[in-house]
Design a protein around this ligand. Structure first.
Ligand code: AMP
Length: 390
């Protein structure tokens, strides 16, 4: 059992359903970042070159099963038409109008369907919705890595139903890079995890402890760890119910000889909008909340990261959306890019930080899926990638 590459599929004149991830950030109908479109281009171009009748399908935002104009893919179709290649658009994703539009496609032509999430059946993997998609699909290709941890109709149910199926180049690229973290990673291997919640990352932390040598914690997550260690955390965002889990993490880390690094100083404030205050050690006063890692922490983390050969980073070190609390995150982004190591960055905020810092080209792999990449690392695969195997 293995996954076929799109290169092994016969696409010539075949109605080929290509599930892409065009879930781009849109403001007032304007695309703010087209990375996700760019990432899908190699697979799209390949399919068009091979003479597929290409049906591009994606979700956009969270319309929750309703047709909402602000989530229409029409603006994405217009953008692609202007910037990349000729693309038809149909204002639905199932039914007669869609079938008719697809019947009109010639060899090497493409159409974009309207937002899959305009139907509740997409997220519910509803068999009726799956059947409606299957009615015009001859060959199925998944290239939506960022959605492949969710068993939705277009990534799961449809793939199960179609005989001729495979993975696109983006999925192949993600899997190859993430496998390097899972299977015999070069040592020392460090993980830097930040962001808001320990609970979101607990699965991946537990599984990473089997592989890594050093774990660096930043972001709000760090305060729950500090609280566990008996420090004062003031008004910082913590998850008190996670304390027993952190106890388990420390026990496993000890067992596996993994060193856990926590902040030793902070930038804090009375509120998210308050003036930043430097705190010189771990403790945070009752009236303050920790909002970024401090200078001493940055230097300590850099020193301990210097010799690593494999590095995974997911999640900001502080409230990096605000300039005054973004330094920790940007310093880490810059430092990772300077290392002679295999580096993987995932998660919207960390990815955005490496782009803003202008160091994206020095990162070995930037994952297009935050949650998906963490789940892949945790479990060694994703449900919608597994079902492509046959
Ligand atoms: P996540 O989606 O879990 O990676 O979390 C990202 C969010 O964590 C960002 O919106 C950050 O602003 C937030 N965050 C990072 N550090 C802190 C902190 N010290 N306090 C509150 N929120 C934080």
């Amino acid at each position: 059992m293995r996954i076929k590459s799109i290169k092994e599929l016969n696409l010539k004149d075949k109605r080929t359903f290509l599930r892409v991830d065009f879930n781009v950030p849109l403001k007032g109908g304007v695309i703010e970042d087209d990375t996700r479109i760019e990432e899908a281009l190699p697979t799209i171009k390949y399919a068009l070159d091979k003479g597929a009748k290409l049906i591009l399908a994606t979700h956009l935002g969270r319309p929750k099963g309703e047709k909402k104009a602000e989530y229409s893919l029409k603006s994405v179709a217009d953008y692609i038409n202007k910037k990349y290649f000729r693309l038809a658009f149909v204002d639905d994703c199932i039914g007669e109008s869609v079938k008719k539009a697809i019947d009109g496609l010639g060899s090497g032509e493409a159409i974009l369907l309207e937002n899959l999430r305009f139907y509740k059946g997409e997220e519910k993997n509803d068999p009726t919705f799956v059947k409606a998609l299957s009615e015009f699909t001859e060959v199925y290709v998944n290239d939506a890595f960022g959605t492949s941890h969710r068993e939705h109709a277009s990534v799961y149910g449809l793939a199960l139903k179609i005989k001729d199926k495979g993975a696109g180049f983006l999925i192949e690229k993600e899997v190859n890079a993430l496998d390097k973290l899972i299977v015999n990673p070069e040592k020392p291997f460090a993980a830097i995890l930040g962001g808001a919640k320990v609970s979101d990352k607990i699965g991946v932390i537990e599984s990473l402890l089997d592989k890594i040598d050093k774990l660096f914690i930043g972001g709000a997550m760090a305060y729950t760890f500090l609280k566990f260690n008996g420090f004062k955390v003031g008004k910082s965002l913590i998850e008190i119910e996670m304390l027993p889990t952190i106890d388990k993490i420390y026990k496993k880390a000890m067992d596996k000889n993994v060193e856990i690094f926590l902040p030793v100083d902070h930038l804090a404030s009375t509120s998210l909008d308050g003036q930043p205050i430097r705190l010189d050690n771990e403790d945070i006063d009752d009236n303050l909340m920790g909002l970024d890692i401090g200078e001493k922490t940055i230097e300590k983390y850099k020193r301990a990261l210097k010799d690593v050969k494999t590095i995974l980073w997911n999640g900001p070190m502080g409230v990096f959306e605000k300039d005054q609390y973004s330094k920790g995150t940007f310093e880490i982004a810059n430092f990772i890019s300077s290392l002679d190591a295999f580096s993987v960055v995932g998660g919207g905020d960390s990815v955005s930080a490496v782009h803003k810092a202008g160091v994206a080209d020095k990162i070995s792999h930037i994952s297009t899926g935050g949650g998906a990449s963490l789940e892949y690392i945790e479990k060694g695969s994703l449900p919608c990638i597994d079902i492509l195997k046959y």
